[in-house]
Design a protein around this ligand. Structure first.
Ligand code: DQA
Length: 916
């Protein structure tokens, strides 16, 4: 014990095996690892496992203090390329209690990969647990055996596995093995907050967990190339989900463990999103969102905004992240505090004036980015602000440490300072993985050449030629003329010969606001309208930060006639009850768009022409009974609408291609919000997107879609077709149709059988191909009395698409699901699409089955989900999801004009707990 380096400082290099000469980042050993703390570790109440863990950490610590733990001269994992074969196994490492095994099981269910636990393998191979083996054979033999087992686990399971490694495998040689593995595989360090780990390990004091995290953090970081901060849901969230899905998996692969219930739904979405960011695009389409804009690179759209929020404000965890996201197309986490606030006597470059990347600080950044990702849908930009001191070597190395750490978190975008030398930039770019790099240069008042100066074109070319994906150039406006000069600069860039990368350029400070409003790509906007106004006059004029909110920037585009106010409609025979106007109008208002979404109740489609002939026609939602009939009035259909054979969204097209065809998606999005004669109508279907989202939201990880999953669609109309299509997209292989009129059920099955067997468009049903080679099969149930088809698993997905209310003379169907078909041992999700009444017999039936793991989604869940996609199609911007969900709930009235206040209030109270 005497060799424990209490309170001493060691370099990163001494801990992670990096060359000691280059990195000057210091780690203070936590005082809590003092003799007294160590003494406590030997006594109860620790469990055997946690005692072992601490003992090993203690060992690690003592060895580390006398030299680098791993002498292997392999490169630092941050310097590796992060490009892997798509089938490469992924490794999860981290201390016990971080949730690695649960995350592995979640990923295993989603990707159909098996889980291998290195600790289990050790026990199987040696017949002893790691701790017991160590006790019997001593540390040296234990380490040798650990290495042997880990080496074998890694090589035998090289492709298609998820490998979990705990501290047992993390002795010196284990670290070297993982570092080597990280050259060709994702090795993900899982981190979690000390409180949750503390609860899990049942150790006496949380502070000890903090110490352990501090010690282990640099070791794990040294041999992993990615990092996932596993946020714990608050207790409140857990209760709210009131989802008691039993953990009885139906068809686990060998090596899969039992699957967690709905309480982990947000963690599931979060982790799977992270995984899709480190994998090649399009590898798991069933996990990627189906919203139209999620497939369009943000930098290709015009007039997009990045809400810039400083880390120093985010860490207080009081900001409403989802609220900040409203109107934004990207969320920029600005590491604004690598330079501590200056004390007068301190030289600008003194080491103490910088925030080193200690393990605690790295945890803090990881946690913050994780919170943003869990609560938003827009891409994240990771930006380390350099201030004006990037020339100093100390500052530069701390800056680079932060950038490297950012890339471990797989942000969609990250910035790199263009004042760095070419080699350094090239080196960082070579480690970017799938992160898009923004070459960034922000001039200060003292070094700001005029926009006409060749300096700026050189900077643009430097970023482009080095391989950045975008470039961002800003300087403080000294006069309003700078806003005209920047326009000339943008034109110069437009006319450059050679390849082009998207340009973000604007003037900062109070006078720069004009140029900010007319920058077309990822304009930096502030979350705090008072930010500029409240600061001292000096910085008010000079602030390098954005001085305009999303709302102000958007409003400016309409006030200056770049955009026009549009008229958008919901068209239907009983459109009067629609909540779409309230939902869409609330979103336009929040964005600063002067559009007006109106109800158009009509017995026929004849009046549609009048609406479309108005140059301000901005599109329409199509309601019953026109979803099929409207097809004849469109010029062209999206591939989805064509495959479904129904349209619920009309988009005006004002510019056709020279051959008269509809332009591509980007061009369509970029002509939104502009008035003019309508040349064609483009038909889209967003119902399937909404149904798909509801299924995904309601499906517990235990019921993740697998080859044997069955789904039931009740009905055979346009909505039923959208439901079948949604299931096909999720990879459901067994789809059962139940409809009163058999002939219509047969028609639907013939339609989709043809689609899946001879799809002329191979990209149409991507997950069907990705999950399994087998084709989906359709079955028809003719009567309520039918037994469930032999050989099929009981359904875990049920979508009811029949009306729930009286239609003219026809009474409400009052449908309930035959009980002999509800036998899934893990429950499942029921989606009932109508929203006129929420107390249907079917919903009541499944609400009563909540204890069996059934989750109900109704029309008030579906309407916003399909509406988000429509908002994107009408405006070209990401929808403000929470706001639209809330508006729908607030405005809901049943057929008697009543709102069920209690139920609605409970749902409103918990909107925050839903996946964003
Ligand atoms: O079916 C519906 C419902 C809806 O018509 C409404 O506002 O209620 C809106 C449509 O987009 C959607 O397809």
């Amino acid at each position: 014990m005497a060799s424990v380096a209490v309170g001493t400082k060691r370099t990163f290099a001494a801990i992670d095996g990096e060359s000691p000469a280059t990195t000057k980042v210091w780690i203070a050993e936590p005082a809590s690892i003092g003799p007294q703390a160590l003494e406590e570790r030997r006594s109860p109440p620790f469990s055997q496992n946690s005692r072992d863990l601490f003992a090993r950490a203690e060992d690690q610590l003592s060895r580390s203090s006398s030299g680098p733990p791993t002498p292997t001269p392999s490169p630092h994992t941050a310097d590796l390329s992060r490009s892997f074969d798509p089938s490469a196994s992924m490794v999860l490492i981290g201390i016990r209690g971080t949730g690695k095994s649960t995350l592995a099981v979640i990923a295993s269910a989603a990707f159909q990969r098996r889980v291998v636990d290195a600790d289990d393998s050790f026990q199987e191979t040696t017949g002893h647990s790691s701790a017991a083996y160590r006790k019997i054979y001593g540390a040296v033999e234990h380490n040798r055996r650990q290495e042997e087992v880990l080496r074998s686990v890694l090589s035998v399971h090289d492709r298609g596995y998820i490998i979990v490694c705990s501290t047992g495998s993390m002795e010196h040689s284990g670290q070297a093995l993982l570092r080597e593995y990280a050259k060709t595989h994702p090795v993900i360090h899982v981190v979690r907050d000390p409180k949750s780990i503390h609860q899990y390990l049942k150790v006496s004091e949380e502070v000890k967990v903090q110490s352990l995290l501090a010690i282990s953090g640099s070791i794990f970081r040294g041999c992993s190339n990615y990092e996932f901060y596993n946020l714990s849901e608050s207790q409140q969230n857990l209760e709210v989900q009131h989802l008691e899905a039993q953990e009885l998996p139906q068809d686990l692969l060998p090596g899969q463990k039992s699957l967690p219930s709905m309480t982990l739904k947000r963690a599931e979405r979060h982790f799977l999103r992270f995984i899709t960011l480190i994998m090649a695009k399009g590898k798991m389409p069933s996990l990627e969102p189906a919203y139209p804009l999620s497939h369009v690179s943000t930098e290709l759209r015009k007039y997009t905004y990045a809400i810039a929020v400083p880390l120093s404000k985010l860490i207080s965890e009081t900001l409403d992240i989802e609220g900040l996201e409203v109107g934004a197309d990207a969320f920029e986490v600005v590491i604004d505090d690598i330079r501590r606030p200056c004390r007068n006597a301190q030289p600008a470059w003194s080491p103490s004036s910088y925030q080193n990347l200690t393990p605690a600080r790295a945890d803090q950044i990881s946690r913050t980015l994780s919170r943003v990702r869990r609560n938003t849908i827009v891409p994240i930009i990771f930006h380390v602000s350099t201030g004006t001191e990037s020339a100093h070597a100390d500052h530069r190395s701390i800056y680079l440490e932060h950038v490297r750490h950012g890339l471990r978190l797989a942000p969609e975008y990250a910035t790199i300072d263009l004042s760095l030398d070419n080699d350094t930039i090239l080196h960082i770019l070579s480690t970017k993985g799938y992160t898009k790099m923004i070459g960034h240069f922000s001039a200060s008042r003292d070094n700001a050449p005029d926009w006409r100066d060749p300096f700026w074109i050189k900077k643009y070319k430097k970023a482009r030629d080095l391989g950045c994906d975008l470039v961002r150039l800003t300087r403080p406006a000294l006069s309003m003329n700078d806003n005209l000069a920047i326009q000339l600069f943008r034109e110069k860039v437009e006319n450059l010969t050679g390849s082009r990368i998207p340009l973000i350029s604007y003037n900062t400070g109070h006078l720069g606001r004009f140029s900010l409003c007319f920058n077309e790509t990822l304009t930096g906007v502030t979350h705090d309208p008072l930010q500029c106004a409240s600061t001292k006059l000096e910085s008010f004029m000079d602030s390098p930060d954005p001085c305009v909110t999303t709302h102000e920037a958007t409003s400016a585009l309409y006030a200056s006639f770049v955009f026009d106010p549009m008229k958008i409609y919901v068209i239907g025979a009983s459109a009067g009850y629609s909540l779409s106007p309230a939902m869409h109008n609330a979103a336009y208002k929040a964005f600063g768009m002067p559009h007006n979404y109106q109800t158009h109740q009509t017995p026929s489609l004849n009046s549609l022409r009048t609406l479309v002939n108005d140059p301000y026609f901005g599109g329409a939602s199509v309601s019953l009974p026109f979803k099929l009939e409207v097809i004849s009035l469109t010029h062209s259909l999206s591939r989805h609408a064509r495959a479904i054979g129904a349209v619920n969204t009309l988009i005006p097209v004002r510019h056709l291609r020279p051959d008269g065809s509809i332009p591509d998606d980007i061009s369509l999005f970029n002509e939104r919000n502009r008035a003019g004669p309508v040349k064609a109508l483009y038909g889209e279907n967003t119902d399937w997107i909404g149904i798909r989202a509801c299924i995904r939201r309601g499906l517990s990880p235990a019921n993740a879609v697998k080859p044997k999953t069955s789904g039931v669609v009740i009905g055979a109309g346009g909505m039923a077709r959208a439901a079948v299509y949604a299931m096909l997209h999720l990879g459901v292989k067994n789809i059962v149709i139940f409809n009163r009129t058999l002939a219509n059920a047969i028609k639907l099955v013939v339609h989709f059988t043809r689609l899946v067997s001879g799809s002329p468009d191979p990209g149409l049903l991507p997950s069907a191909a990705a999950v399994q080679d087998t084709q989906s099969k359709f079955h028809i149930l003719e009567s309520r009395e039918d037994p469930w088809p032999e050989g099929l698993r009981f359904p875990t997905i049920i979508v009811s698409c029949i009306p729930t209310h009286r239609l003219g003379e026809k009474p409400a169907p009052n449908f309930t699901f035959p009980t002999q078909w509800i036998k899934s041992p893990t429950g499942g999700v029921l989606v009932e699409i109508a929203y006129r009444t929420l107390k249907t017999p079917l919903l009541e039936q499944f609400r009563a089955a909540a204890h069996q793991g059934w989750i109900c989604m109704d029309g008030l869940d579906l309407l916003p989900e399909q509406g988000f996609a429509q908002f994107e199609l009408f405006t070209g911007r990401r929808a403000p999801r929470r706001l639209m969900r809330e508006e729908v709930l607030r405005c809901y009235r049943d057929e008697e004009g009543q709102s069920d206040l209690e139920v609605i209030q409970t749902r409103l109270d918990h909107v925050d707990d839903q996946e964003p």
